[in-house]
Ligand binder design. Sequence first.
Ligand SMILES: Cc1cc2nc3c(=O)[nH]c(=O)nc-3n(C[C@H](O)[C@H](O)[C@H](O)COP(=O)(O)OP(=O)(O)OC[C@H]3O[C@@H](n4cnc5c(N)ncnc54)[C@H](O)[C@@H]3O)c2cc1C
Length: 570
Amino acid sequence: MTAPIAAADVTRHKWWGWGQDDVAFSVTNRPAFIDLARNEIGIDLANAPAPVAPVLTDHEVPATRLPGAVREQLAQALGEDAIRDDDEHRVLHSFGRSLPDLFRVRTGAFERLVDAVVYPGSEEDVAAVLRIVLEHDLVLIPYGGGTCISGSVTPDAEEQRPILTMNLGRLSRILEIDDTSGLARVQAGMYGPDMEAELNAKGWTVGHFPDSFTFSTVGGWAATRSSGMQSDKYGDIEDIARGLRLVHPDGVAVTKAIPGRDSGPSVHEMILGSEGRLGVITEVTVQVHRSAPVRQVIGYMYPDWEHGIRGMHAIARSTDVTPTFTRLSDGPETKFSLALSSKTPTTTKAKVSAKVQDGLFAYLRSQGWDTSEEMCLSYVCFEGSKASVEQQKSIVKRIVKANGGVTLGASVGKVYDQKKFDTPYLRDFLLGHQVFGDVCDTGATWSSINEVHTKVYEAFEEVQRAQDLPGFMFCHMSHSYHAGACLYFTFAFPYSSEEQALEQYYRAKEAVQQTFVDLGSTVSHHHAVGVEHRPWITEDIGEVGVRMVEGLFADNDPGRNLNPGKIVAS
Ligand SMILES: Cc1cc2nc3c(=O)[nH]c(=O)nc-3n(C[C@H](O)[C@H](O)[C@H](O)COP(=O)(O)OP(=O)(O)OC[C@H]3O[C@@H](n4cnc5c(N)ncnc54)[C@H](O)[C@@H]3O)c2cc1C
C-alpha cells in the first residue's frame, strides 16, 4: 500500500476560524446585506473598519504538560514528524468550531490547551498511541476536521493529566471499492471533498454533504452521527456507514460491512455518535451510489411558512417523487438569503435578472403576498435520468401550486447549489464586528413542527428583551423524513462587552434549546452532544438512557482516558 501523507500535508483550518487563510466573507457590493444588519441588529457595517485577523503572538500560550519521556516514547512509536507541540498546533486542536470555541480562540482563552498533537499513519500507530495513553494515564481526544460545534474536541478546563489530540488526517485513503455491493472502505481521516472527488472519478458518490463538508472527515461524521443536506435520498450517516473499525482499549472492534444486522444490541450503533469515548475509528465502509446523469435544483416560493410546510409535507408523503433534498426557508431567512445574494448589478445579465426578480415580486404583491416579511423560498433537488427528473419536477410543481406556491425555476436553484458551502465564513466576519451568529437545530414531528417554529421565536425574542439586546433569528426546514423534519434556527446579535459576551450567548442559546426539549423535540438533529448540548441530555434520552450510556463508557474506558466528559459528564 502507498505510504500515508506526511503530517505537514494534512489540511488544516486557520487557527482562529473557519477554513482557508486566504478566504473571508466581505460586504463589498452587498448594500442589501448592510441594510439588513443595520435594521435588524443595529450594526453599521458600511462605516465599520474591516475586521482584523487575530494574531497568535498577541496571546500567551502555556507550556505543554506532556512529560519529555512520554513525548520520546511517542516519537519512537510514530516518528518525530508525527508529534507536534508548537503553539499553533496546540491552539488549533484545542478548539472546535462552536461559537464559544471561536470566541475563546480569538480572545486567547488558552488556560487549558491540549499538550501535543499526534498524527498516526496507520491503524497500528493508533493502537500504539492508545497503549501509551493507557500506560501513562493520559487523555486522548480523536480529531477529524475539528468542525464540531458542540465542544467535542475541546479539552476539559479542569483536566490535570496530559492531553493528546490525535489528528487522523494521515489516514486519508479509499482502500477498496466493492463495485458489486456498492460499498467503499474509507480511512477515517479522509476529508469529504477528497473522498467524493476520487469516487466521482469512478462514477460513484456517497451523497453525504453536511454544510461543513469541505473541512470534515468520514470518521468525524461517524463519531457524531452526522446528517448531510441530501439525507432525504441518501440517508444520514447511520444509514450510509455500513461497517466500522474502532481501535479500542481491548483491541480492534470490527462491525461487518453488511446490509443489515440482527446480533443483539447493535455494537455498530454504539460506536456511531460515540464522539471518541469508546476509541478511535480508523475505517468506515460507506454505501456508494452511481452518480446520477442529471441533477437539478429548482427554486420555489410560498406566500408564508404554513403554506410552505404543507407543501414540504405533501412532497415527503408523495409516493411519486423521491427528491434528493427539500428545503424551506421561513420569511426572515428568505429576507436574509435575498439580502446576502443580492449584489449591485453591474453586468447586463445581472441587470436583466434583477429586473425579472422585481417584476416577479411586483406580481406576487398584486396577488396579496407580503414579499418583504412573509414569503418563503424553497429548494428541491432532483436526480436521475432526464425523463425521471422531468417527471418528478412536474409532480412537485403541481404539489407546490396546490399549496399556494409558485415555481421560480432552475437558475435560482443553481445559485444556491454553488454557494451552499460559503456561509461558515460569515460567522468569523461577524465575530470581527463583535456580533455573535450561531445555529441550533432540532428534529420535530410534522404535527409539532409549526408549534416549535413559533415557540422558539417567542423564546428568543423574550430572552433578548430581558437582556436588553437586539436580535435577529431565522429558520429553515430541511432533512425531511416520513414522520417529521429538521428545523434549523440561526440567530445573531451584537454582544455588549467581551466580559459579558459568553453569558449573553448562553442565555440566548439556552432559551432555544430548552424550548426544543420542552416541546418533545430533540436537543439537536445533527450537531452532536459534546459539552454544549450535555445539559439537556437527560431531557433528551431520559434518566435510564443516561445511565445506560454512562455504563457503556465506564465499562469500556474505566480510567476516563478517552475524550472524557463528552455526551455525559461522568
Ligand atoms: C459551519 C458548520 C456547519 C455544519 N454543518 C453540519 C451539517 O450539515 N451536518 C452535520 O452533521 N454536522 C454539521 N456540522 C457539525 C460538524 O461538522 C459535524 O459534527 C462533523 O461530523 C464533524 O466532523 P469532523 O471530522 O470535523 O470531526 P471533529 O470535529 O474533529 O470531531 C467531532 C467528534 O468526533 C470525534 N472523532 C472525530 N474523528 C474521530 C475518529 N476517527 N474516531 C473517533 N472519534 C472521532 C472527536 O473526538 C469529536 O468528539 C457543522 C459544523 C459547522 C462548523
